[in-house]
Ligand binder design. Structure first.
Ligand code: PLP
Length: 448
């Protein structure tokens, strides 16, 4: 039996739990939904219960579930040529590379299998091309779960696997709501950017290969500087002065999520390298990409590229990427994201007004987060920003699931990151459920 719909919900869960390991979980605490199929912004369990996908799974199914154009492209490519090793050339690889170059403005793509490998190879190529070792990245960031990317992300998820690699240095984040530098000032003072420059000066600019930043920090709480353009432009200038590359991690903030093709576009700069995955194929099949500027591509024209993967440029994945890029354009998904932003803002504002436990919401496009707090004055998070959910947040997450809402709840954050094909009515449907759930955390509120 290969999963043809004959197993009961109970049996699926038993087999999954008995024979497979679940990521980021204490195994005996897992309680997975046995999923059957998906369509648009919804998916169904094997007993027919419908879930509204308000986080696009792991913020990757940007085009929504069950898109026929992408499915057909995968089927056709699998029939024609399911695999050829990466030393060969294929039509789908070349076409996907060209389309990626068009939307990113960079030149060449090295295809990986997912986000961590894309970031890992971005760091590797930056180090090879500059002949320098260090990578500077943010604390509240996630770049993947390999050793090097785990070190690059300063998020606590990396701590149990320390020590990681020795050549990463961390800087603080532009987290205005809890900012070390400006949270009590009326306006951001851009110290978050000056602090990167100062860190690099102290480290020795000649030792730094690249600054690695998410276009908009994703699972670390949808963080971006309030003075976004100035932040990126000052950083770009400083890096150019010192021959330091900028790597934009667009694994999560890329592919229309923020209302532009890529998150860094809000900063009005061009990075030297983009690492991306997720919305590149929207999870239909795995694929990541490390995309480099013409200058870096030229460097490797007469020098060895010390990087490789058996499944680099996998034909089926390249066919899916090519089809996905067409879908973003033909179905006007980025335009829809821009159109839905005011709807998200209106709904979020309503939650802020009705629920004392909402400390702040922030985001752009269809990339939003709600900060649930015990007290609006002190901004104390409803659950500590480490470890597993405490009682109020676990109850809230349980309520969402019971009401048929699937979204990402991490620490004191509720994410609202639906597929980019969502309609106004579907946003309202999701926000209504979150509205009800917040009554739970309001009961634990300790402010006035
Ligand atoms: N970079 C960012 C910004 C991410 O959000 C993620 C995953 O969530 C990754 C990298 C790692 O991607 P993957 O899980 O495909 O390895």
């Amino acid at each position: 039996m290969s999963g043809n719909g004959e197993l009961s919900a109970q049996e699926i869960i038993r087999l999954n739990r008995e024979y497979t390991l679940f990521s980021w979980s204490v195994q005996n605490a897992t309680n997975p939904v046995p999923v059957s199929h998906g369509e648009g912004v919804y998916f169904w369990d094997v007993d027919g219960h419908r879930y509204l996908d308000f986080s696009s799974q792991l913020m990757n199914v940007n085009i929504g579930h069950g898109n026929k154009k992408v499915i057909r492209a995968i089927q056709e490519q699998a029939e024609k040529l399911a695999f050829i090793q990466p030393a060969f050339a294929t039509d789908v690889r070349g076409i996907a590379g060209q389309k990626i170059s068009e939307v990113t403005g960079l030149k060449k793509t090295f295809f990986t299998l997912g986000g961590a490998e894309a970031v890992e190879n971005a760091m590797k190529l930056a180090r090879l091309a500059t002949g320098r070792q260090k990578i500077v990245s943010r604390y509240r960031a996630y770049h993947g779960a390999t050793f090097a990317t785990g070190t690059a992300g300063g998020d606590p998820r990396g701590i149990p696997n320390e020590p990681g690699v020795p050549w990463v240095r961390h800087v603080h984040d532009p987290y205005r709501y809890r900012c070390l530098f400006c949270r009590d000032l009326p306006e951001c003072n851009l110290m978050c950017e000056m602090h990167i420059e100062e860190t690099i000066r102290l480290e020795g600019p000649h030792t730094v290969a690249a600054v690695l930043l998410e276009g908009v920090n994703g699972t670390s709480g949808i963080i971006y500087p309030p003075r976004n353009r100035e932040y990126w432009q000052r950083l770009r200038q400083f890096c150019d002065e010192h021959g330091i590359l900028i790597i934009a991690d667009e694994v999560m903030s890329g592919w229309g999520r923020t209302g532009k093709w890529f998150g860094f576009e809000h900063g009005g700069i061009k990075p030297d390298i983009i690492a991306t995955a997720k919305g590149l194929t929207c999870g239909y099949v795995p694929l990541g990409a490390t995309i480099v500027s013409e200058k870096i591509a030229d460097y490797f024209e007469d020098k060895m590229l010390y990087a490789g993967l058996t499944y680099s440029s996998h034909p089926v994945s390249c066919a899916a990427a090519s089809a996905c890029i067409d879908v973003y354009k033909e179905e006007h998904l980025i335009e829809n994201t821009v159109a839905m932003e005011p709807v998200m803002e209106r709904e979020m504002q309503g939650l802020m007004e009705r629920h004392p436990s909402v400390g702040e919401y922030r985001g752009m496009g269809l990339f939003y987060v709600i900060e649930v707090v015990k007290n609006r004055e002190t901004r104390e998070p409803m659950t500590p920003q480490s470890g597993t959910l405490n009682e109020p947040m676990a109850k809230l997450a349980g309520y969402l699931r019971q009401r048929g809402m699937s979204t990402f709840v991490r620490w004191n954050w509720i994410f609202a990151v639906p597929p980019l094909c969502i309609t106004e009515e579907q946003i309202e449907e999701g926000m209504q459920i979150i509205d009800e759930a917040l009554e739970i955390t309001d009961d634990y509120y300790q402010g006035d």
